[in-house]
Each structure stands twice: as structure tokens, then as C-alpha cells.
Design a protein around this ligand. Sequence first.
Ligand code: HEM
Length: 308
Amino acid sequence: MDQDYQSGVIAPQNRDALFLCFNGNHEPGSEQQVRAFLGGLPQKVEALRARLPETDLHLTAAIGSAYWDRICPEERPALLRPFPALEKGARVAPSTPIDLLFIVRADQYDACFELSREIEQALQGAVTLVDEVHGFRYLDSRDLTGFVDGTENPEGDDRLDVALVGDEDPQFAGGSYLHLQRYEHDLSAWNRQSLKEQEDTYGRTKADNIEYPSAEKSPHAHTKRTSLKRPDGSSIEILRQSMPYGDAARKGLMFVSLCRTPENFELMLKSMVEGDEEGRADRILQFTRAVSGAAFFVPANSWLQRLG
Ligand code: HEM
């Protein structure tokens, strides 16, 4: 393996994804079963990638903040902490911890299915499935609100620099802090807005995805609330790997943030929910609601292998 990070952290968006959320059982031996499974996971994924080379299969295996110490009491990523629950009026960001998250993605759904089935079988008895969501690329990488999502993501080597822990925590170098939120959209309310109102909500145009000039963005615009700077003028960045999901019952976005520190996501979420110094919050939260929120660490492959 030439790269040590899990490929799902960095790889660009695929056509399909399965989000598998598990909680650990408390039977004797459960943790040992999970450790052994995680230890063999990098080889398992490589073998399946070799068997299905056309599918561009990627995995992100993430260990939840609360579960971490059950799996690995010996050492812990320096900044791993619970999801920062927030609430301001009708705007909520609940914390709903999950022990283990697997994001399986590929350009063919059957490849996602294959790896997901292997994961479920190998972990049987040690964990309980609490949620399974099928994410998909919608049109030209749009959110279900109809706007292209991911445009301002870091590119090339910047993706690695933003997402991967480096020398600041050497034992966990190549890992990444992951935040997951499932958002449920109110698409009827969203679609009752005029095109201009929708575009103002993001601060970008819809069809051709052009950013508004900064001076024309509302303080409530999503891109205003999330493009944050440090006092020295440098940008506060995350790598987003979100995907839409939807069926007759529920429609929305599986929001995924990856970063070398949990702080950047926390600052952005606070800016969306609580707003700026004058309390001007993110207008998209009038049309979508976070129904879950969990914090994880995605270890490097070599760290996982040592676990087994
Ligand atoms: C930008 C959608 C939640 C952080 C965007 C854009 C869209 C979008 C369409 C503009 C294009 C782009 O640059 O990607 C959504 C939807 C969300 C959501 C539908 C929830 C349902 C979040 C959350 C965060 C976040 C929770 C972080 C806490 C960002 C950032 C940008 C962005 C950093 C780029 C801003 C810029 O530099 O212009 N989002 N987003 N988003 N979003 Fe979100």
C-alpha cells in the first residue's frame, strides 16, 4: 500500500455510497472482535478493490468519540471529543453518538453492497446496526435543493493538507477527524421560494453555479456563514464529502466533514446555528434540519493494522 490514509477520506465523489452506522454490543469479546476486524480491514478493502477494479471502491472506517476508549484504551487522538450539540431557537444541531461508521462508496452500487455485506457479516454479534443510508450523486453533484455542492472544496494536495493529521500528533498522522450530520430537507418549502431567494440563501447562482461577489452576499447566506477566516487572514477549511439521499419517507443530505482538527467544523457549525456577532444565522436552516450528529476519528491504515 503506497498511501497510509484511508482512500475514502480524500477520493473525489463517487456515484453511490452506503453509510453504515453501528453501536457496539456489550457481550464479552465484542471489542476484541471489532479490533480484529478493523486490523484486517485495509487488506480486505485492497483485495476487493483488486477484484473490482472498474468500480473505484473506497472505504472510510471511523471510530466514534465515546466508543474509542472501549476499542483502544491505550491511546487516543489528541483532539477527539464529542459532537458539539447546539441549539438556537428553531435551529438545532443535536448530538446523537454512533460507535462505528463505515462509508462505503463506489461508482457501482453492487460494489458498495459487496463490501457492506462483508462488514456486516464480520461484525455480526459484536455490533448492532442503528442506521443505513444510501447516498447517491445527484445530477452534476448537486444537493437536492438543486445547487452544486462541493465547489469550494480544497483540491489536489490541499485536500491532504486540510484533511489529514500531520506531525502535530505523530501517533495519529494520516488520520482525520470526521463529523457526520444527517439533514432532512423541507423541499416543499424550499421550492416555494423564488429562484432569487434560493440563490440568495447560498450566495451562489443555481444553474451555472457562480459565486456572488462578496459585497452582494447576505450575512445569512450559507457561503457567508461558512467561509471563516482566522485573525491572521488565513482561511478556516474543511474537506466536505457529503452526499444526498432520498426515498418516499425522507430526503436530504448526509453531511460529512473531514479535517486535521475538529475545531474548523465546530466553528462553522456555530456560525451557521448561532450566527455572527449580531446573531445573523444561516438561512438554509429554515429549510433543512439536522436530525443526527456524531464525531469520529478515521485512523490511518497502518494504525488499524497494528490494532489487529
Ligand atoms: C458550501 C450545501 C451544510 C460548510 C456549500 C454550497 C452548497 C452547500 C450548495 C456551495 C457550493 C460549495 O462550495 O460547495 C449545504 C447543504 C447543507 C450544508 C445543503 C446542509 C443540509 C454545511 C455544514 C457545513 C458546511 C453543516 C459546516 C459546518 C460549507 C463550506 C462551504 C459550503 C465550508 C464553502 C463555503 C465557501 O468557501 O464558499 N454548502 N451545506 N455546509 N458549505 Fe455547505
